[in-house]
Design a protein around this ligand. Structure first.
Ligand code: DGL
Length: 267
């Protein structure tokens, strides 16, 4: 299939985490249409096996490919670290593929830091994907990573996360200078984490770094819509949870307002 300038950008995650990547795409590339898939019925991916993550993310990638997206944005660390290779193998050269890890580990962001902490889901930590990639680029860095598996499912449900849960996790990182929120759901906890560190630890701005990279590549491939869209911009958000009024719908509505069309889809 030939990639088309006017086609939408496909973004996917297990749930609401990738919505803030989608929002950043809207901010940096306001002339683009989006198709989003949140596999809310199978969430949390971070507690699933590699095999489960591979099978289900390939299904979503095929779905977005059939919707004629020009790019596929894997807005999930658990999927990137467990299934990026199989997705790339299946869709290489057919569609542009982006993920939330490579642009971050390749950026110069770690040059000025000495000790970093990484919080992520069990699936991401188990994969050792970050450690391998960061060590390739920055030999001097001391890296500590922990899985903070309680967080994503609570964020997905819209539950208030008690201060002591965050404290218990972050107390593992006493002397870091930089913290990487290596799960897209955790972007929703940025304020609480900043408060814990009183601004003394640098939080990497993953969304900005990732989307800047996507924009650069689309521009290079002449696939970036520079001129305002003559039609109204519409974003379609698919969720695999068929229940009414989920937190996914509420959050999507808050972030995208009337531009968002929410649909249900099960495979
Ligand atoms: N948002 C996903 C990530 O970045 C994880 C959420 C989940 O466990 O499903 O890893």
């Amino acid at each position: 299939m030939k990639m088309n300038l006017l086609s939408p950008i496909g973004v996917f995650d297990s749930g609401i985490g990738g919505l803030l990547i989608a929002k950043e795409i809207e901010i940096q590339m306001p002339n683009e249409n989006l198709i989003y898939f949140g596999d809310t019925i199978n969430m949390p991916y971070g507690e699933k096996s590699k095999d489960f993550i591979e099978k289900n993310s390939l299904r979503i990638a095929s779905f977005l490919y059939k919707k004629k997206c020009k790019a596929l944005v894997i807005a999930c660390n658990s999927i990137t670290s467990n299934a990026l290779d199989v997705i790339e193998k299946k869709f290489n050269k057919k569609i542009l593929i982006f993920n939330v890890i490579d642009p971050v580990v390749k950026s110069k962001i770690f040059l000025s830091s000495k000790r970093i902490g990484i919080i992520a889901t069990s699936a991401t930590i188990r994969s050792n994907f970050y450690i391998k990639k960061i060590k390739q680029n920055y030999k001097h860095l001391e890296i500590n990573q922990i899985s903070t598996s309680l967080l994503a499912p609570m964020i997905e449900k819209g539950l208030k996360i008690k201060k002591n849960i965050i404290q218990n996790y972050l107390n593992n990182f006493k002397s870091i200078d930089t913290l990487l929120l290596a799960c897209t759901h955790y972007f929703f906890l940025k304020k609480e984490i900043e408060n814990f560190y009183h601004g003394k630890v640098h939080l990497i701005d993953v969304q900005k770094i990732v989307v800047k990279e996507i924009k650069k590549k689309l521009y290079k491939e002449k696939l970036l819509r520079i001129f305002p869209n003559c039609k109204k911009i519409n974003h379609i958000f698919y969720t695999s949870n068929l229940k009414k009024s989920t937190f996914f719908e509420k959050k999507t509505r808050t972030l995208f307002g009337k531009k968002a069309f929410i649909k249900k889809h099960i495979f």
